[in-house]
Ligand binder design. Structure first.
Ligand SMILES: [Zn+2]
Length: 262
């Protein structure tokens, strides 16, 4: 089963159109796509990818949400409403960790789209919801996805997590790719996962100061070379002043770059 991974964007939360926010399209051989995160600039980044011939007919069948920040969910109002009024046959499938899914509707989307043309709306009116347990797996179009709970923001009320994904062929159960989503530096998790996968796509902050909520380039540089050799970096800041290939990484993913795995 083929896995196509296309980066609609590779930038950080408040990035520019040269990079777009880090939202990713997972595609299968049958042409269906799962959108991994749906940030506030999605209507531009989707339009840009559809301008390429090979993507002109893509159909978004499902959405996976890693966490509730605007660069990952801010485009869901657009997606939900345009899909609701489109002549597309069905609702979009929505996959997310169960507490996150609750918060996605009750703390984020409800205030935006809880009514439409005289009708009260619930999340189920827009999406076929698939609440997922911590570290659970789900299947979609012959692919398997396993959630990996990553700490993103530590605050006085606890920790806000983002749910990364291991992706593989559901018939073999083997993982091919790990996508970190937004995370603090987690060397122990990376050491465990790296031998299992061919490639790691990792969140990478490149500002001179470290915010502590993303893995910084210099932290990732401290990883063993065997891990760096599998690692593509994304979610970086504009004009990064680093040379990742010289440093043993695969490189910075470019906006629109795509990858194909068997
Ligand atoms: Zn982000």
């Amino acid at each position: 089963m083929m896995i196509g991974i296309t980066f609609l964007g590779v930038g950080s939360a408040f990035t520019t159109q040269e990079y777009y926010q880090s939202n990713i399209l997972i595609t299968t051989a049958n042409g269906k796509s799962l959108l991994l995160d749906c940030g506030s600039d999605i209507r531009f980044s989707i339009r840009e990818i559809k301008s390429r011939k090979e993507y002109s007919d893509i159909v978004i069948d499902a959405v996976y949400i890693s966490h509730c920040h605007s660069d990952h969910v801010g485009g869901l109002e657009f997606l939900a409403v345009t899909n609701y009024f489109s002549d597309r046959r069905g609702k979009l499938k929505l996959f997310a960790e169960e507490n996150l899914l609750w918060s996605l509707w009750n703390e984020t989307l409800k205030g935006l789209i809880n009514c439409i043309q005289g009708k009260s709306m619930q999340i189920d009116d827009y999406f076929i919801c698939n609440p997922l347990g911590d570290n659970s797996s789900f299947k979609w179009e012959g692919l398997s996805f396993t959630l990996v709970k990553m700490p993103h923001i530590a605050y006085d009320g606890g920790t806000k997590y983002s749910y990364g994904l291991l992706i593989g062929n559901s018939s073999t159960g083997k993982h091919t790719v790990f996508i970190s989503t937004d995370t603090q530096f987690q060397p122990d998790t990376l050491s465990l996962l790296a031998p299992e996968v061919e490639v790691i796509f990792h969140d990478c902050e490149t500002t001179p100061f470290k915010t502590g909520v993303h893995a910084h380039y210099e932290e990732l540089l401290s990883l063993p070379v065997a891990i760096r050799n599998k690692m593509w970096l994304y979610h970086y800041n504009p004009d990064p002043a680093y040379d990742p290939v010289t440093d043993g990484f695969k490189g910075f993913v470019a906006k629109g770059q795509d990858f194909l795995f068997d």
